[in-house]
Design a protein around this ligand. Structure first.
Ligand SMILES: Nc1ncnc2c1ncn2[C@@H]1O[C@H](COP(=O)(O)OP(=O)(O)OP(=O)(O)O)[C@@H](O)[C@H]1O
Ligand SMILES: [Mg+2]
Length: 294
């Protein structure tokens, strides 16, 4: 049977006057409807580039090799127009940086409503009602009063929640969420994670969730993919990875909170330990990782 998503030997390279970066180095994995994959790994390990390549959003000078099949259709090498259709039909993404996802010159409400009028054929008044309902679902209080606000009138966390609302409003077959809740406070984060999970249960969409937070990964995913320096170094069922990590990098990640990741609420960021990348130099060490606080 055709896989919902089949990634084979994906390679992404950025080459410029400053040198060459192999951001993704031969990544292969697949997913079906209903799968929830968490991608974890240190800063610079290629998680965002991997996510963006699935929407054909790798910017120049990035070059993509290999194959990404969505519902049997090849994504690598497609024109921008074809990619727009594919994205519209089935793959949605919430970006790490909320400013990527909203247009500053249109009101929040009009950007949300457009999804329902254009993509789902609702009338203007139905679309407004649906938008306000979604705004409330992602925790925007007095949503009907905020409907006509512009992005600059929202806080960063609120904009991020609007981006999440827009992505799930499209009812994608696959939702790629790149650290979507990292900037949000804990109670809002909990609500968003629950919303994404319940939506997934309801629609059977595939979920690819990039996070630094192993407890979030445990809560949201059925499978975990561990990336290190552009490669998948470990992959397996979430509980199996927590019970029995095999790769030294995964062990090191888990060692930051010895066997106690019961709930992601127990966790708080701490600076990452030094990580040696494939070229032998020390990668950035400012990445938040996780530790148990109590
Ligand atoms: N446009 C670009 N030009 C050149 N190099 C890039 C570009 N985008 C990403 N890279 C490089 O690709 C590598 C992977 O970056 P990526 O953003 O995917 O990491 P990440 O795992 O998402 O990290 P983080 O956890 O910090 O978000 C890094 O070495 C980065 O510097
Ligand atoms: Mg990233």
């Amino acid at each position: 049977m055709t896989k919902l998503l089949q990634v084979s030997d994906l390679r992404v390279t950025f080459e410029s006057g400053f040198g060459k970066v192999d951001a993704v180095r031969g990544v292969s994995f697949s997913m079906d409807m209903g799968d929830a994959i968490a991608i974890v790994g240190a800063s610079g390990s290629g998680k965002t580039v991997l996510g963006r390549s699935m929407l054909g959003l790798v910017d120049a000078p990035g070059v993509v090799h290999g194959s990404i099949r969505f519902d049997g259709e090849e994504i690598v090498g497609r024109s921008e127009k074809e990619l727009r259709d594919i994205r519209g039909l089935g793959i949605g993404m919430v970006f790490q940086d909320a400013l990527d996802g909203l247009n500053p010159v249109y009101s929040i409400g009009s950007q949300l409503s457009e999804i329902f009028t254009v993509r789902r054929g609702l009338s203007a008044s139905q679309a407004k009602a649906e938008s306000i309902r979604l705004m409330e679902q992602v925790g925007i209080h007095r949503a009907s009063e905020r409907y006509d606000n512009y992005p600059h009138q929202f806080s960063g966390g609120m904009r991020q929640r609007i981006c999440i609302a827009m992505a799930i409003g499209m009812k994608p077959k696959i939702l790629i969420a790149d650290e979507p809740t990292t900037a949000l406070d804990v109670t809002v984060q909990a609500g968003i994670l629950r919303l994404i999970k319940s939506l997934q249960a309801e629609t059977g969409m595939g979920l690819i969730f990039v996070t630094h937070d192993l407890a979030v990964a445990r809560m949201i995913s059925t499978r975990i993919v561990v990336m290190y320096a552009g490669q998948i170094v470990e992959e397996g069922l979430t509980e199996a990875i927590f019970q029995n990590p095999t790769h030294p990098y995964t062990r090191a990640l888990l060692a930051a909170h010895p066997g106690r990741v019961r709930s992601w609420r127990d966790l708080e960021p701490i600076p990452d330990a030094f990580v040696t990348d494939s070229s032998g130099s020390e990668a950035e060490n400012s990445t938040p990782q996780v530790v148990v606080t109590n």
